[in-house]
Design a protein around this ligand. Sequence first.
Ligand code: CA
Length: 229
Amino acid sequence: MRVLVVEDDPDLNRQLVGALSDSGYAVDSAHDGEEAKFMGETEPYDVVVLDLGLPELDGVSVLKSWRGQDRDMPVIILTARDQWSQKVAAFDAGADDYLTKPFHTEELLARLRALLRRATGHASALIEVGDLTVDTKAARAFVDGASIRLTSHEFKLLRYMAHHSGRVVSRGELIEHIYDQDFDRDSNTIEVFIGRLRKKIGSDRIETVRGLGYRLIDPTVDAKNDATA
Ligand code: CA
């Protein structure tokens, strides 16, 4: 899952990028409104943390511009205590949630998880695909109740696929959503990680759809569908 952090306070920006990276997100950051506007227009973020008081272009204008161009990623705004009218304007412009400064990082992380779940149609922090369970809060995965040891890259890949289970995701989409801007984006890496994931969770859970990409499935349901087809 890829996050854009927009915050002009350098300390808070660094702190947010650090906390989100530690939680397994691919994170890009912007320090002013123009930079943010451009990044949100050109990169496919899964969620954005947007400060409202920004140099060059204010946060509400940035958000309006994104929504005007059908950029519909979930956006959580950061506001100062005295910015209630800005907050109203931001919701009218298409914000999904807000936090008032100062806030606890844990609360921001919990709100981000909730936004990501809602955006992909999941009500709980546990995503189940057959007997595969992906715990998006604890960053762990289980097959038939048994814990699976995954590296952080493997988990990022599995989490994205679990959020979009049943749907074909292309290699390009996976690269764009699990790596930040600075990462060396070699599409062969995805194949290597898919191979490792298959070894750990069972190869029949990740289907290769030739020419299109990969699909995380519940192999037992798929077998039944094939039998009745
Ligand atoms: Ca600010």
